[in-house]
Design a protein around this ligand. Sequence first.
Ligand SMILES: Cc1cc2nc3c(=O)[nH]c(=O)nc-3n(C[C@H](O)[C@H](O)[C@H](O)COP(=O)(O)OP(=O)(O)OC[C@H]3O[C@@H](n4cnc5c(N)ncnc54)[C@H](O)[C@@H]3O)c2cc1C
Length: 379
Amino acid sequence: MGRKSVLISGAGIAGSTAAYWLARNGWQVTVVEKAEAMRSSGNPIDVRGDAASVAHRMHIWPALREKATRVDRLVVVDETGRPRIAMDTRQASEPDREVEVPRADLAAALLSAARGEAEIVVGDSISELTQDEAGVDVRFASGSTRRFQLVLGADGLHSAVRRLTFGPEENFASPFGMYVGTMRTALDAGDPRELRLFNRPGISLSLHPGAGHPLAAFIFRSNEHLDRLDPQARKRMVESAYEGRGWICDDVTAEWAAADDVYFDAVTRVTVPVWTRGRVSLLGDAADCVSLLGDGSSNAIIGAKTLADALAAHPADHRTALTAYEAAQRPLIRAAQRRAGTNSHFLVPASRIGLGLRNASMRLASLTRRPSEHADAQA
Ligand SMILES: Cc1cc2nc3c(=O)[nH]c(=O)nc-3n(C[C@H](O)[C@H](O)[C@H](O)COP(=O)(O)OP(=O)(O)OC[C@H]3O[C@@H](n4cnc5c(N)ncnc54)[C@H](O)[C@@H]3O)c2cc1C
């Protein structure tokens, strides 16, 4: 008997992790990725807890540490750039259990691990899926066709697998009332240990030193509907939210208008009632998520490993395996979806009063943290 075959759509955080573990468990894995090349945008991401354990076991921890940012402080600045509040973001240094890396470096490390184990096809995508009792016939946009025993949709928020198998995106996705735009910036980010954050009611702009390549992130509240792929629309939206607002807003907005490697999307909540239909299943943002502020990347890593473990535990019964995967992973995502609302009020307070309350709570937190900081320093 040959190895069982699985096609994974998307070589992002979830897709590469799943590819690695399924191949290690004996599956013949093919990954199809729409993008021709890795992109440099994307905010830094914390990998910690169970996701850190998975990264250790994939032997990518040294690569992540090498790309790690050195940020350990959040500094809120005013419209002149003057620091108003400073808060430590790490209570103690745990280099083996927590790392912050730019999303692009995390994605590259996971993909490089997967490359050693799986066939990776770039610049293509699935255009048709037809399943029967024994397998799934797949037609690709390039015109080729192949058959697999399982198909996994790890193709993110706007998943093609979800659309083809479960229904149109609007059945599952609802807007969170915010937009996010990130890009690399040529601006000097200053102290490599400081993430600087600027707010006005309903908008935030952060300047992150990254790991030598500073990153700017616009996160703002808006209920406007726009075509995220239309560069003119996203330029206009960011300009109207940020121009003339102070600090570095005008410089970054001008860079944004000229940049082509950017991440821009409406923050979205995705809820799919059941993640598996026959031989097709979803993971990462394609399944359930809030696409920002909900530990999406760590949860994507954990979910991919949980799915691979479940298929290994039930090698002859993919239905039971995929049900077990969903039962284990869904509570994690539900909790993250619940936290996202609170997190959004912290990062982007909607009103002047909200901003004042957020700043007061940060000042209090920075004061109450001091004693443990001293203890850490003395230890
Ligand atoms: C370039 C990029 C930058 C990002 N930056 C941020 C950020 O700054 N802040 C934030 O909160 N989240 C960001 N995200 C989303 C974040 O990575 C995810 O929310 C999270 O990591 C969950 O991972 P995922 O693997 O489910 O989805 P993703 O990491 O989004 O990966 C999905 C993958 O599928 C590929 N794909 C999409 N459609 C198809 C298709 N039809 N066929 C084949 N492949 C397809 C994508 O190119 C991508 O590689 C970014 C995603 C990308 C792709």
